[in-house]
Ligand binder design. Structure first.
Ligand SMILES: *[C@@H]1O[C@H](CO)[C@@H](O)[C@H](O)[C@H]1NC(C)=O
Length: 294
């Protein structure tokens, strides 16, 4: 073997080694998700599985869902939302079980005209019943860069987080007769669709199709969660990142978290069902009576 080919093969070996190090299978979209709506034209997995994009045009939106079902865990996803004039578009990102009495934990991003703020809409369904909306403005423009949207779901509570800042907590109050998502495994779903009949200013602003296709991007998915296996009727706690602990299992809000959620709720909350007395003339739902974030 000549020395140049020895050098060449060691360079090849080295680059193969580096490549393996840099492209972990963890968080890979090919391995973790299926495109379920919109076809390959609109939903694309790129960069060897590291990036996923959804798009919406006049004919259809698009969407994906996780291959696995999870029962408790912490799920993180980085999302960059539709830029520019996104009025009328809605990007959903949520956990949901199946069947008539389903459970669901929702993030929905309601687009807006250029320069006007998105609304982050959240909801929790348990045993098929939702009506627990809280809405927020964000403290950054979610279309310029990727931001991390997380759901922590354990037996005691659900915590919604944006860039690790808790924005909402839904406590388990089964003892007070409030159903809590605690026994139906859920998949992760996301979609980009047209909702200009209601999304932006209650449907007043219509989608401007001259700007189509609209595109949202996803990366760095991480599930530190129990993967449900129906054959074993159980779930194995598994992290896609071996360096992580299972801190989510009893995650709560420490003092710092309570300060931050207070900051978000005071400054950025747009709507809270728990203060909508008109909507609940017979009295607020029981979970609203307890302090907001203990
Ligand atoms: C869009 O911008 C308007 C004006 O700033 C604001 O009132 C509204 O809440 C924003 N979001 C949506 C989804 O309409």
């Amino acid at each position: 073997m000549s020395s140049s080919s020895t050098i060449l093969s060691s360079v090849l070996l080295l680059s193969l080694f580096v490549f393996t190090l840099l492209t972990p299978s963890e968080g890979n979209f090919y391995q973790n998700f299926d495109i379920t709506w919109g076809g390959d034209q609109r939903a694309k997995i790129l960069n060897g599985g590291q990036l996923l994009t959804l798009s919406l045009d006049k004919d259809s939106g698009s969407g994906f869902r996780s291959k696995n079902e999870y029962l408790f865990g912490r799920i993180d996803m980085q999302i960059k939302l539709v830029p520019g004039n996104s009025a009328g578009t809605v990007t959903t990102y949520y956990l949901s079980s199946e069947g008539p009495n389903h459970d669901e934990i929702d993030f929905e991003f309601l687009g807006n005209l250029s320069g006007d703020p998105y609304i982050l809409h959240t909801n929790v369904y348990s045993q098929g019943k939702g009506n627990r909306e809280q809405q927020f403005y964000l403290w950054f423009d979610p279309t310029i860069a990727f931001h991390t949207y997380s759901i922590v779901w354990n037996r005691l509570r659900i915590i919604f987080m944006v860039d690790k800042i808790p924005i909402r907590v839904f406590n388990n109050m089964e003892s007070m007769g409030v159903p809590f998502p605690s026994n139906q495994p859920m998949r992760i779903y996301s979609s980009l669709w047209n909702a200009d009949d209601w999304a932006t200013r209650g449907g007043l602003v219509k989608t401007d199709w001259t700007h189509a296709p609209f595109t949202a991007s996803y990366r760095n998915f991480n599930a530190n969660a129990c993967i449900w296996s129906s054959s074993q009727s159980s779930c194995a706690s598994k992290s896609t990142n071996s360096l992580q602990t299972n801190a989510w299992q009893d995650q709560t809000l420490e003092a710092a978290g309570r300060n931050r959620i207070r900051w978000v709720q005071n400054k950025y909350m747009v709507y809270n069902y728990c203060t909508d007395f008109k909507r609940f003339p017979q009295g607020l739902p029981p979970e609203c009576k307890r302090s907001r974030f203990l």
